[in-house]
Design a protein around this ligand. Structure first.
Ligand code: ZN
Length: 285
């Protein structure tokens, strides 16, 4: 399978609005959703991935506006944690509300960050069983709206309180455990760049199962686990190799740029960030 050529065509590039700092209070330039949409459309992007807090009760309106601008809503971040000690009260209602919002936006992908190890258990295996059961139930609900659920494995440093899926293999296994056809995985460079088994795993078990690909870079001297992601080309991740592994599964969807960077990219003018993002996408992704 031939890797898509991005050097002359960035029409697969999408913005995850985290890159502009919009998903955390006190960060970002305060652009309206409309301004973000216009700026992405002006640069010929494939679409946008939003966070729920930006959407409020305007999901249908925002979805229509994205499509009117010639783009897609590529995905929605994210469900509440489904396992671990930080699972909110009434998490099932909240998870269904996330599905409803995805449907109203007109996107087919809702991302799941799982939450950590379930209280009263140790390790991740028991938690993964609980996660699979809860994801299966949510997937049944989501299927009536044409929404798929993307289990995102996180870098192992997020184990404990944020995830019970540390590898693509874990995520694919739990997706299998759900028995639901609308459950797959999201592959994020930040979380998998170190995993030398990624290509094998995806080749053997990932066919048709990748629902999203998130790009950034891993900075050699990272200063913060959560908020110091690098722009593509500034770090040590082998971006072409990771994309080759993802595309070998048949994935031809958007590649969303997702950069949490409180001290660098979030301090910059969003227009500059978007221009750099497109340039790096063409150059190094
Ligand atoms: Zn991600």
């Amino acid at each position: 399978m031939v890797l898509r050529d991005f050097t002359t065509d960035h029409s697969a590039c999408a913005l995850n609005t985290a890159t502009l700092g919009h998903n955390l209070e006190g960060y970002g330039a305060g652009w309206s959703v409309e301004r973000v949409i216009d700026a992405c459309a002006a640069r010929g992007l494939a679409g946008i991935v939003f966070w729920r807090r930006e959407i409020g009760n305007r999901a249908e309106e925002i979805g229509e506006r994205v499509r009117a601008a010639g783009m897609e809503v590529v995905g929605l971040c994210r469900t509440p944690f489904l396992v671990g000690s930080d699972v909110p009260d009434r998490f099932e209602d909240d998870a269904r509300a996330a599905v409803d919002m995805a449907a109203a936006l007109g996107t087919t992908v809702l991302t799941i960050v799982t939450g950590g190890t379930e209280p009263g258990t140790t390790g991740v295996m028991d938690s993964q069983k609980i996660l699979a059961a809860r994801t299966a139930k949510l997937a049944e609900y989501a299927s009536q709206f044409g929404v798929s659920l993307a289990l995102e494995p996180l870098n192992p440093m997020f184990g404990g309180n944020r995830t019970v899926l540390m590898t693509a293999a874990d995520a694919l296994r739990v997706a299998d455990m759900t028995g639901q056809p609308n459950v797959g995985v999201a592959i994020d460079v930040y979380h998998v760049w170190w995993d030398t088994t990624l290509a094998d795993t995806l080749a053997h078990r990932g066919q048709g199962r990748v629902l999203g690909y998130h790009v950034c870079d891993w900075l050699e001297h990272t200063s913060d686990m959560l908020l110091d992601r690098g722009m593509m080309g500034d770090g040590v991740a082998d971006l072409p190799a990771i994309r080759a592994a993802v595309e070998a599964t048949g994935y031809r969807g958007a590649c969303e740029v997702e950069i949490f960077s409180s001290n660098n990219w979030w301090q910059r003018d969003p227009d500059d960030v978007l221009d750099q993002m497109v340039a790096r996408f063409r150059k190094v992704c």
